[in-house]
Write a new protein. Structure first.
Length: 446
């Protein structure tokens, strides 16, 4: 398929594609602006940004990953245009950069649909000096529109699976030309780089994963540890669960709590579980599962209203079996108050979620069998003794409980995780160096 046929197919299929986008937005909740002018590259007023660097982070995970890069650009005095495809990504960007948005140094916007006219109007409106696309967001018409306007594009912290490569090769020229049109590609691993080159990308370098440059909030760490000290109970956090996993973990929690109670374990010695669904639209569904299972729980939003580490909040948490994490932007706090973290998205075939943040906080990690989104990171963390792998949710809960009985191993795993993250940091600086070289009209260094 060439780009003409690709664009024609988009036009023909646009009613179905927009309907699908609308259904996705209704399921997720929030204002996605599915039919807004911005999604079609139409704006009511002139851009308030002068010569911005455009950074695209499609959703929640990418927006969190790109925060150190955006911060580095802002510290250099750049204006930043930050685009998203999903509400969760946009909400996270608004939270993380509230001050810069208020100061007028950063503007958020929806990424336009990949119609030639929409992408062209978008770029003409904002006139970015360069574009940085995060992880895997390559759209043929968007790339072509940028090339025709001499706007250099960088694909940063890129990951590229075997399935992605097969998709590109099956699609023919249209996607291969898109990858070839990117000025510089910074891959997470050597394997990603090799696959990207097969897909048509040139100037591919291995820079590492942005997520290793995670900025850990000292305030969240302090609040998490203060809460843990006040609670005086051990916590196992089951983080970033995806569709189909909450049920598995609720069943596993029930099973192991019954076993501990039958063994006569004192209540104060039974750990509390914290369940944190990945997406906000699933908070209520997780609450219903806990209610149906008869597991006493308290929502994080309730303890937050009561005063975070206040006596009433701590009492409510101490009386619960499960703490339901139903807020956004508090994962560092959750990890800091925990003894073990089980990382979701990896116990059903969805590729896994980010384990690096937990390791950076010094929390031992357990992952499931499905970690291809973080394949190199998961394997390296296991090799460095910072993480363990369990094949099922039930086995993960059992392993976490076993680790709680081995404080020395917990401490060793936590220290190994912190060391591992420090050792792999630097991806943001490598991309920044490449961006500055492109701005100065030089080829980025290999």
């Amino acid at each position: 398929m060439n780009r003409f046929l690709y664009a024609l197919s988009l036009r023909v299929l646009s009613p179905a594609l927009l309907a699908w986008m609308g259904m996705r937005a209704r399921r997720a909740g929030g204002d996605w602006g599915v039919m807004s002018g911005e999604r079609f590259g139409r704006y009511r007023s002139a851009s308030e940004l002068s010569a911005p660097v455009w950074v695209h982070a499609v959703s929640l995970g990418e927006t969190r990953a790109v925060q150190p890069l955006v911060s580095a650009l802002l510290e250099r005095g750049e204006n930043v245009l930050l685009t998203h495809l999903t509400v969760t990504g946009r909400d996270e960007g608004a939270r993380a950069f509230a001050r810069e948005i208020e100061e007028g140094r950063l503007v958020q916007q929806w990424l336009p649909y990949d119609f030639p006219g929409a992408t062209g109007r978008f770029l003409d409106h904002y006139q970015p000096v360069a574009g940085i696309l995060v992880e895997r967001e390559v759209w043929p018409n968007l790339v072509a529109s940028a090339r025709s306007r001499n706007i250099p594009l960088i694909l940063a912290s890129a990951r590229f699976s075997d399935n992605a490569l097969r998709t590109v090769l099956r699609a023919g020229k249209v996607l291969q030309e898109a990858y070839a049109g990117i000025s510089a590609v910074y891959a997470q691993t050597l394997q990603d780089a090799q696959r990207l080159e097969q897909a048509g990308a040139s100037a591919v370098r291995v820079s590492g994963n942005f997520k290793f440059d995670v900025s850990i909030s000292a305030d969240q760490v302090a609040r998490g540890r203060e809460f843990a000290a006040a609670l005086d109970r051990r916590i196992i956090t089951i983080a970033s669960t995806r569709e189909g996993e909450d049920e598995l973990f609720v069943q596993a929690i029930q099973k192991h709590l019954r076993r501990l109670q039958m063994q006569g374990t004192e209540l104060s010695e039974i750990p509390i579980f914290r369940l944190v669904p990945r997406h906000p639209q699933r908070f209520d569904a997780a609450a219903r599962l806990l209610t149906e299972a008869g597991l006493p729980f308290v929502r994080r939003s309730e303890t937050l209203r009561a005063g975070d580490c206040s006596d009433s909040a701590v009492r409510a948490a101490r009386d619960a079996t499960v703490l339901l994490g139903d807020t956004v932007g508090e994962m560092v706090r959750h990890y800091a108050s925990s003894q073990v973290a089980i990382i979701g998205g990896s116990f059903v075939p969805l590729g896994g979620q980010n384990l690096i943040e937990a390791c950076a906080v010094g929390v031992p990690v357990i992952v499931g069998p499905h970690t291809w989104n973080f394949e190199q990171a998961a394997n390296d963390a296991i090799h460095e003794s910072a993480a363990l792998r369990a094949q099922t949710a039930d086995a993960a809960v059992q392993l976490a409980l076993q680790l709680l009985e081995d404080p020395r191993r917990l401490a060793q795993m936590g220290e190994a995780g912190e060391d591992w993250v420090r050792k792999h940091a630097g991806a943001v600086q490598r991309v920044m160096d490449g961006y500055l070289a492109i701005r100065e009209g030089q080829a980025p260094k290999s």
